[in-house]
Design a protein around this ligand. Structure first.
Ligand code: GTP
Length: 653
């Protein structure tokens, strides 16, 4: 068992849930089935007990009828025992007619009577009357004084004013019969016996006619149980008992056909609560019929009633039908309960797992923040406190976005408005730590669900990407920066000039200018002082350009000693002023300890042209500046108009 439990708990959750569902389903159905079976049994038992009650009432009626009959017989017997009749019967052969008249009266009162006899004290029949023939047979004076009745020794013990009841043996008689015997006295002197033989079947049928047959079949059985009278034909034909088919030739023995019932009857103690036995699809109940004679012993018969299982089921059918509906309803309820419990178990396990994971997550190396549905911080982990350099009090209860960089705060609030309860979000955010520094993080937000409600809030976790971002920035800067001079390179220039032109397309009034700068005779510097000195001069020249232009302006090294300056939102005349100022400074002060001069070609943007045209214009202007003697600024407009004049800048040096 322990191993089984261990294996069960080691199974994956889905398998556990399926097994639990199946177990609950099977156990539930089994319980429902047992419940219904028990209820079925209760209903059947109730119907059986009702039927038993009814049949026992019939049996009591039957018993009363028999008693009444016996009393009638007794009266009749007394009538027969009239002294004058009996005396004349025994003493005077001439009185036969008188006796017969009385006998015939008795026969009329008892239709089941087969014969009426008068026996002497030895048991020898002296007179016999049969209803069919209505005549008297006088037995011959037999020498033999042997009793012709097996029971005659008992008959002799019947006292005055008593009646004996003897059940005939069906093995000996075709039609089972009952002998009712009463002694005949002359005063106190016993004279003989009057014996009335009654057909048992006739007697019972007569009684049944009186009491009706509805509800049960009645049987009368002798003490030895293998004698069965009454409705036995039905049993023998197997009509009421499909399970029992007696051999057609063999005599019907109740004790053999229904051994259990008979055994029960034998064990039956008088006064016990109403017993009932079921066998071969029949229910039996019994009522003892006791006929006692003083000093003769106990002659006990059984009044047996039975009814079929079929009848019980018919009577119980309406209730059983309701029971089956109940079974279906119970089964459906069980399936629902099994589904619900399995679902609950699954959910509970998942929540446990989730809670375990949450605990583990809270201890993780990543900062974690729990938010309620109003974006208030509920909980943070230690790593979060460490990264933010704050205490729990600083963070908990505060609005999450208040710890974001201003730019990101606006974006996050906009996102929060659109965030539905069950959706998650992922993006880069810049937190502001206790020192006011930006802490860049890759932030993930997902709904926090529990077993009680769908969404209780959100879990936010972020990855500190400060180093990654710094590296990224550095890499990006390297790709757009000239390694020697530190100003922007050609790639950046291309990107910027394209951007300025696309802006110009949208806003033609936002004119910008480009100035190309070139150090004059730079080759001489290299040749005379070495390449390293040349580099230093280039660096100083680039620094000067950066220094003398606006932050908005972009200085790019586009060739060896050639630089391009992009001046956004600048008219040509203003651009010329700027570069002229630079030119003068270069010419006036040594750069890296060397006196050099430089030339500029300046061009203004035109929405009708593109970046290549602009560059070309500036380059042509520069070329003219060089051609014209260097150390001067030439505007592209001069190139176009052909109004080029010898520079006065030469003299400025
Ligand atoms: N030190 C140094 N020299 C460079 C670098 N790039 C280009 N140069 C040199 O710059 C010089 C350019 O010479 P030129 O193109 O003939 O022009 P210039 O001598 O300046 O003459 P003009 O431009 O006609 O006035 C060459 O000698 C190149 O070797 C660099 O990165 N460092």
């Amino acid at each position: 068992m322990y191993t089984f439990v261990k294996i069960f708990f080691s199974l994956p959750i889905r398998i556990k849930v399926i097994l639990t569902f199946l177990l609950l389903f099977v156990l539930g159905l089994a319980a429902a089935f047992l419940h219904v079976k028990q209820a079925e049994k209760r209903i059947v038992d109730q119907v059986v007990s009702e039927q038993v009650l009814l049949t026992r009432q019939l049996l009591q009626v039957f018993e009363r009828q028999i008693t009444t009959r016996l009393q009638n017989l007794e009266q009749t017997t007394f009538l027969l025992s009239d002294l004058s009749i009996v005396q004349s019967l025994f003493n005077n052969d001439q009185t036969e007619g008188l006796v017969l008249d009385s006998f015939e009266n008795v026969l009329l009162k008892n239709p089941a009577t087969i014969s009426l006899k008068l026996a002497d004290l030895t048991g020898e029949t002296r007179l016999e009357v049969t209803p069919e023939k209505s005549q008297v047979y006088q037995t011959s004076n037999q020498e033999s004084r042997v009793s012709q009745y097996d029971y005659f020794p008992f008959v002799k013990q019947i006292s005055m004013n008593e009646v004996g009841l003897f059940i005939g043996d069906p093995d000996e008689y075709q039609d089972p019969h009952l002998d009712i015997v009463a002694p005949v006295y002359d005063g106190f002197l016993p004279m003989g016996y009057v014996i009335q033989t009654v057909s048992v079947n006739g007697f019972i049928n007569d009684v049944l006619r009186l009491i009706g047959k509805d509800g049960a079949f009645l049987l009368m059985m002798s003490q030895r149980a293998n004698y069965l009278f009454g409705e036995d034909a039905r049993l023998q034909a197997g009509k009421q008992s499909p399970a029992f088919e007696p051999a057609p030739s063999s005599p019907f023995k109740f004790s053999q056909a229904f051994p259990n019932t008979w055994q029960g009857i034998q064990l039956l103690v008088k006064g016990k609560p109403d017993p009932v036995w079921s066998e071969h699809g029949l229910y039996f109940t019994v009522h003892p019929l006791e006929i006692e004679f003083d000093n003769v012993g106990l002659y006990q018969s059984w009044l047996l009633a039975y009814f079929s299982e079929e009848k019980v089921l018919v009577l119980a059918a309406p209730q059983l039908e309701g029971l089956h509906t109940r079974f279906i309803i119970i089964s459906i309820v069980i399936v629902i309960i099994a589904c619900f419990l399995s679902w609950w178990m699954y959910r509970h396990s998942m929540m446990e797992e989730l809670s375990f994971m949450a605990q583990a997550a809270m201890q993780s190396m990543s900062p974690i923040i729990l938010l309620d549905l109003n974006q208030n911080i509920i909980k943070v982990n230690n790593e979060c406190l460490k990264v933010m350099g704050m205490s729990i009090r600083d963070l908990c209860g505060q609005r999450f976005s208040s710890f974001l960089n201003e730019e990101d705060r606006i974006a996050f609030e906009r996102m929060w408005q659109q965030l539905s309860c069950d959706s998650s979000w992922k993006g880069e955010l810049r937190f502001v730590d206790a020192q006011g520094r930006d802490v860049e993080g890759l932030f993930q937000l997902f709904p926090l669900e529990s077993s009680k409600s769908k969404n209780q809030g959100y879990v936010g976790s972020w990855m500190d990407i400060r180093e990654q971002k710094a590296l990224e920035r550095r890499l990006r800067s390297l790709t757009i920066t000239d390694a020697l001079t530190g100003c922007k390179n050609r790639r950046y220039y291309d990107h910027q000039v394209t951007g300025l032109f696309s802006n110009l397309k949208r806003h033609p009034d936002q004119t910008f200018c480009m100035a190309l700068a070139d150090i004059d005779h730079f080759k001489h510097v290299n040749d005379e002082f070495g390449h390293d000195v040349g580099d230093e001069v280039l660096q100083a020249f680039a620094a000067l350009l950066e220094q003398e232009t606006r932050t908005l302006d972009v200085v790019c090294r586009v060739g060896g000693e050639e630089f391009a300056i992009l001046l956004p939102n600048t008219q040509l005349k203003d651009a010329l002023m700027v570069v002229e100022r630079v030119r003068k400074m270069v010419a006036a002060f040594p750069l890296a300890g060397h006196d050099i001069t430089c030339s500029f070609g300046v061009a203004e943007s035109n929405p009708a042209t593109d970046e290549d045209d602009l560059y070309k214009s500036a380059d042509n202007a520069l070329y003219l500046a060089k051609e014209n003697g260097r150390n001067q600024v030439i505007s592209s407009s001069k190139v176009v108009q052909g109004t080029f004049e010898p520079p006065s800048s030469q003299s400025a040096r």
